[in-house]
Design a protein around this ligand. Structure first.
Ligand SMILES: CC(=O)N[C@H]1[C@@H](OP(=O)(O)OP(=O)(O)OC[C@H]2O[C@@H](n3ccc(=O)[nH]c3=O)[C@H](O)[C@@H]2O)O[C@H](CO)[C@@H](O)[C@@H]1O
Ligand SMILES: C=C(OP(=O)(O)O)C(=O)O
Length: 447
């Protein structure tokens, strides 16, 4: 078993600054997607709640966010080792009270989950403000209020959050969310699973596939959950969690990325590991738009060589249209005959990528939608009109993970060459986007 040391991290290939994309070719063939970042990150925190070794398989180990979380877990005393290219072993016996390094904690959103983790392990934690994609005001009030409701001390300052477990105060707790926050649901779960004999009831819990994946891992570790109605999750605390081995689900956002890549280049191919059960709303919309998408035994087959009709969408909590997938949907709509709209109701800053698409010749305007987003900011609508064929350009910028990936896909559909900078953002969520695209016959080079 090799240890992921600082040295081995330094020995990783030199960071890529930009991608050079030569467009104009239909993507064809078969491609395999990696494990889901947004399931793997919480799975690693869940695994750290046991004092025994938990093996987590199908972890996208090359991702910047995964490496940052591993560093933070080690800072709090958790032992994390690599077993092979996609498997980590985690042992949480050494959890200790810590103040986390702001340089790392502030780079990722899911550093927030260490709050629930540390409380579960009866350790105090100072967490500098979490980061992640800059896609609007990303609030954390539900995280803080829930932990306080459970009886713990949580002190906020402008720079960070300090959580101090008060396990003697803990009793049965009822919590209700005004919105099914993904991260806050996980924090409630983590802070509750080890409260032996105590029940936490969470109304309006997030039920997205990544949360259900983590629940499945925790059940395998001996945790007890019960859905008392469609949206209320009861967590019945146990006194210990055992070691196990678990495989993280495939990344449904990368599956969607490859669907959009095939669609915008009018190609066809199979995305191995694709499962329409976790993309029901999105796949139904894309079929309505005209894509031929078929579930096969080994994945999703997509034929993009059809006329695309405009379809209007609105992002919503699962099972609604996923906000992370709307930039990829926009790429499919670039081919539509007629205008379409995207209403973003969850995060107010998610349309930065549209400016980059316009540099390639797209015809998108952003309007104030006259509604309020989940985070309280005023909401926007993107209006996508038909445009002339796209033309490559060299001054593209990746603003965030999914917006950045969307711009790469648009450049694939453009004539001539493009270059996109700031791909660190893309590589927080896609370790091998150029390789995935090149496997299908595309041409994306790292620079
Ligand atoms: C690492 C990870 O898995 N990130 C995903 C997760 O982020 P994250 O866990 O941050 O997303 P949430 O579901 O918590 O947030 C969604 C919305 O709720 C608001 N909110 C959230 C918490 C809170 O305490 N108060 C509050 O108002 C946020 O500002 C945002 O407007 O879900 C997002 C929404 O599907 C995705 O875009 C991210 O890819
Ligand atoms: C927004 C995302 O991630 P994060 O919450 O980590 O910024 C994402 O995965 O698209």
């Amino acid at each position: 078993m090799s240890k992921l040391t600082e040295l081995s991290l330094k020995e990783r290939p030199k960071a890529t600054n930009s991608y050079v994309i030569k467009g104009g070719k239909p993507l064809k063939g078969e491609v395999v997607v990696q494990g889901a970042k947004n399931a793997a990150l919480p799975a690693l925190v869940a695994a750290s709640l046991s004092d025994e070794m938990v093996e987590v398989k199908n972890v996208p180990l090359e991702l910047n966010d995964v490496n940052n979380l591993i560093t933070l877990l080690r800072e709090v005393g958790v032992e994390v080792n690599s077993k092979d290219e996609t498997t980590l072993t985690v042992n949480g016996e050494g959890w200790r009270s810590t103040e986390l390094d702001p340089n790392i904690a502030s780079k990722i959103r899911h550093s927030l989950l260490l709050l629930g983790g540390s409380i579960a392990k009866d350790c105090s934690l100072y967490l500098p403000l979490a980061g992640g994609c800059e896609i609007g005001d990303r609030k954390h009030d539900l995280h803080v209020l829930s932990l306080k409701n459970m009886g713990h001390e949580v002190i906020e300052s402008g720079e960070g959050i300090r959580a101090i477990p008060e396990l003697d105060n803990v009793n049965h707790t009822e919590i209700e969310f005004y919105y099914p926050s993904f991260g806050a649901t996980l924090n409630v779960i983590f802070a509750s699973v080890l409260r032996n004999g105590k029940v936490t009831s969470l109304k309006n819990a997030a039920k997205n596939p990544e949360v259900l994946d983590v629940i499945q891992l925790l059940e395998q570790m001996g945790a007890t959950f019960h859905w008392t109605d469609e949206n209320t999750l009861e967590i019945i605390g146990v006194d210990k969690l055992n070691g196990t081995s678990y495989r993280v689900m495939s990344d449904r956002i990368i599956v969607s990325t490859m669907i959009a890549a095939i669609a915008v280049t009018k190609g066809n191919g199979t995305i191995i590991g694709g499962n329409e059960n976790v993309l029901e709303t999105e796949v139904a919309i894309w079929r309505k738009a005209g894509l031929n998408i078929q579930q096969k035994e080994n994945g999703l087959f997509v034929d993009g060589n059809y006329k695309i009709e405009p379809v209007n969408i609105e992002t919503k909590a699962y099972p609604g249209f996923h906000t992370d997938i709307q930039p990829l949907h926009a790429i499919i709509m670039l081919r539509a005959k007629g205008s379409s709209t995207i209403k973003e109701t969850i995060l107010d800053g998610r349309f930065l990528y549209c400016e980059e698409l316009n540099k390639l010749g797209a015809n998108i305007t952003i309007e104030n939608g006259g509604f309020t987003c989940v985070n309280g900011a005023s909401g926007q609508v993107a209006i996508l009109e038909e445009s002339s064929p796209l033309m490559g350009t060299s001054n593209l910028i990746a603003s965030d993970i999914r917006g950045g990936a969307a711009v790469v896909l648009a450049a694939l559909a453009a004539d001539e060459q493009s270059e996109i900078a700031n791909v660190y953002q893309i590589e927080r969520g896609y370790s091998n986007l150029p390789e995935l695209i090149n496997t299908l016959g595309g041409n994306v080079e790292r620079k």
